[in-house]
Ligand binder design. Structure first.
Ligand SMILES: [Zn+2]
Length: 323
């Protein structure tokens, strides 16, 4: 599972902010307790001074100094705990404890690996970024209502849109559960208002919740980013393009609705060949028929599309039906 470098950067900032806020809270608590219980402050100062003296004495050869200091501090700590309890505070009220004991709130474990606390913050940021482009809160497998689809058999398919969508939903649920670098690439194909975006959001949200890095763009939006990188030498567009190529699942919506230009063809080919070559999954959503796709894109692109598993959508436009 890859992590979005932009979200990881935001997660690091959040971690640092949380750490600073905890430190500010501790400092305010210390001021409050020292004002209410000046004897606690006196003990803290005495323990600090005692420790410094013991270190100095040990360095000048007095071997028992640290042990004497430890015994003295035990008795001071007992007095301090009693004072804190009298003021209604727990014994650890002034302890500087990290929120994450594994990494001491640095985001990295002792052996230099990314700590799980930072990973979870990053996954939360990835979800927030995806939510800004696609409704993954309202459009979930649980909210996917088969009753909205007609139960009447579609003569050209030999089954009703309702039973067909039931099968498609199950397929997508399993797809999410088994998602890994060997999972197939998907092509959602069908007219407007047949539930393509809804099902696509279900897959995106569920994968995101499992910690996968999912990005959503329209084909036109993705190709425009690539054009920005190529012609304007826009550095931030370059990072955006790298994200499109590197995420675990890229959803490219409205394939075929973009302006047909030689650049769009080459951008589409680059996305497909890079992602297929790296074993990263792509989910294409298109309103075009197979013939229309073949007529619109170069043979290099259509041959790549043969590697995609087709999920056809059919039936009546749900939006018109509702109106
Ligand atoms: Zn941690």
């Amino acid at each position: 599972m890859a992590l979005d470098p932009v979200c990881l950067g935001q997660a690091r900032v959040l971690l640092a902010q949380n750490k600073a806020a905890a430190s500010a809270r501790l400092s305010a608590r210390r001021t409050e307790i020292y004002e209410a219980l000046p004897a606690v402050r006196a003990i803290d100062e005495e323990m600090r001074a005692g420790l410094l003296g013991a270190v100095r004495d040990t360095l000048s050869g007095e071997e028992s100094a640290l042990e004497r200091c430890r015994t003295r501090n035990l008795s001071l700590r007992a007095q301090r705990n009693a004072l804190l309890a009298g003021g209604g505070y727990p014994p650890d009220a002034l302890d500087d404890r990290p929120a994450c004991a594994l990494c001491d709130d640095t985001g990295a474990t002792a052996d230099g690996r990314l700590c799980d606390c930072l990973r979870q913050l990053c996954i939360r940021e990835q979800r927030r970024a995806l939510s800004a482009k696609l409704d993954i809160t309202g459009q979930t497998f649980a909210a996917f209502d088969l009753q909205r689809f007609s139960a009447e058999t579609d003569p050209s398919h030999g089954l009703s849109p309702r039973s067909h969508m039931g099968v498609m939903r199950e397929y997508c649920v399993k797809y999410v559960e088994r998602f890994d670098p060997t999972a197939p690439n998907l092509l959602f194909r069908g007219g407007a208002g047949l539930g393509k975006t809804f099902l696509c959001a279900c897959v995106a949200g569920a994968l995101c919740a499992r910690g996968h890095w999912v990005l959503y763009e329209t084909a036109a939006g993705a190709f425009a980013l690539m054009e920005g990188q190529k012609f304007a030498r826009d550095e931030s567009a370059g990072e955006e393009v790298q994200r499109l190529l590197r995420c675990d699942l890229l959803i490219l919506d409205d394939v075929g609705a973009e302006f047909s230009t030689p650049f769009a063809q080459s951008a589409f080919h680059q996305i497909l060949s890079t992602r297929l070559g790296a074993g990263r999954q792509t989910l294409l959503v298109s309103g075009l028929t197979e013939e229309e796709l073949r007529g619109r894109y170069t043979p290099q692109i259509t041959s790549r599309l043969e590697a995609f598993e087709l999920l056809p959508f059919f039936g009546a436009d749900l939006r018109k039906h509702r109106a």
